[in-house]
Design a protein around this ligand. Structure first.
Ligand SMILES: [Fe+2]
Length: 329
């Protein structure tokens, strides 16, 4: 594999695009991320919510868990949460470079890999030995949304060892992940972190671009807009924890957008309608395949869970994509 790493330097207001020059971008990103993490506030494109704004929801989740246990449904929901589906999806594009015709991607998201005993084994057995070109991870690696991350490193190491994608592993962070977790999986496990950055994957003289935006549900900065809205000339895949930047990515010329965050609702009504999506915008993109303009997108239900470790009318998933060129008549 040949790679060209591009990092970006903050050059001012939101009308200015990032320029691919400076490794100092990562330092700046980490400093800002650390400050947002310490504040406890939720930073999103619609504004800043103070720390503790979700306390009522957290209390409701605790009550929900008590109710499930009292009526005997907790174990039923937990069995469903352990049952991870392997999905295979074919996507066609007019502009996929010929050398990438048949390119395969394993998409993992919302692993929350330390959430309950046995979840790591279930995820690893669902993907072990996968023969793919690339593995992308769109955030929420751990269960808690703050605190230590060391406990996820052994199972994440086993997961990485179980797959050998030709073009390696790429990741963006979710609202449960702090910057130290991101740097640890990159430095210790070789998972390339895209923190409002992009990278190029080449096949001979052809190339595709990967763009990764940092989580925009809790850690939004204007850098996420900038990296997505670059007017991309290459075939471009956007990785974002949530589907909340789909419009910006489509306007920016991205071709495929992979995301998670919603857990497909996790607890749904019969038929799979989510009761809660945790999306500030684009609630209609909460699950499955979708399209915004010319851009195709996918919101995975994720492999793990948060809150009570249960699912109802919703299945966890790992997703295999096969990208092909649309036949020209
Ligand atoms: Fe999640």
């Amino acid at each position: 594999m040949e790679r060209t790493q591009e990092t970006y330097e903050d050059v001012g207001g939101p009308s200015q695009r990032l320029i691919p020059v400076s490794p100092a971008h990562r330092k700046l990103w980490a400093r800002r991320r650390k400050a947002m993490e310490a504040s406890g506030c939720r930073h999103s494109p619609i504004g800043v919510k103070p720390a503790g704004a979700n306390a009522a929801f957290e209390n409701a989740l605790s009550l929900f868990e008590v109710l499930l246990k009292s009526c005997g449904l907790y174990q039923v929901g937990h069995v469903i949460a352990r049952d991870i589906r392997v999905r295979q999806i074919d996507l066609q594009f007019d502009n996929l470079p010929e050398r990438f015709d048949g390119y395969t991607i394993l998409h993992l998201t919302d692993l929350h890999i330390d959430k309950f005993e046995g979840l790591d084994d279930a995820i690893i057995s669902a993907v072990a030995g996968a023969d793919v070109d690339l593995c992308v991870m769109t955030g929420d690696f751990r269960a808690a949304d703050d605190g230590p991350h060391e406990q996820i490193m052994p199972p994440m190491g086993q997961l990485v060892a179980a797959i050998q994608p030709q073009d390696g592993f790429y990741a963006v962070l979710g609202n449960h992940d702090d910057h130290q977790l991101g740097l640890a999986i990159e430095q210790q496990l070789g998972i390339r972190l895209l923190a409002n950055e992009s990278d190029i994957i080449r096949r001979g003289n052809s190339q595709i671009r990967l763009i990764g935006a940092d989580d925009v549900n809790r850690f939004y900065t204007a850098d996420a807009d900038r990296v997505l809205s670059g007017g991309h000339e290459d075939f471009t895949i956007a990785l974002v924890h949530s589907p909340e930047m789909a419009t910006e990515a489509a306007d920016g010329g991205c071709d495929l957008y992979l995301s998670g965050h919603t857990h497909g609702g996790q607890v749904c009504l019969p038929g799979g309608k989510p009761l809660v999506t945790h999306l500030n915008v684009n609630q209609h993109l909460a699950s499955g395949q979708w399209r915004v303009g010319k851009m195709q997108g996918y919101t995975s239900s994720g492999a793990g869970v948060s809150g009570p470790p249960v699912r109802f009318f919703s299945r966890g998933e790992v997703t295999f994509f096969r990208l092909t060129r649309r036949a020209r008549i």
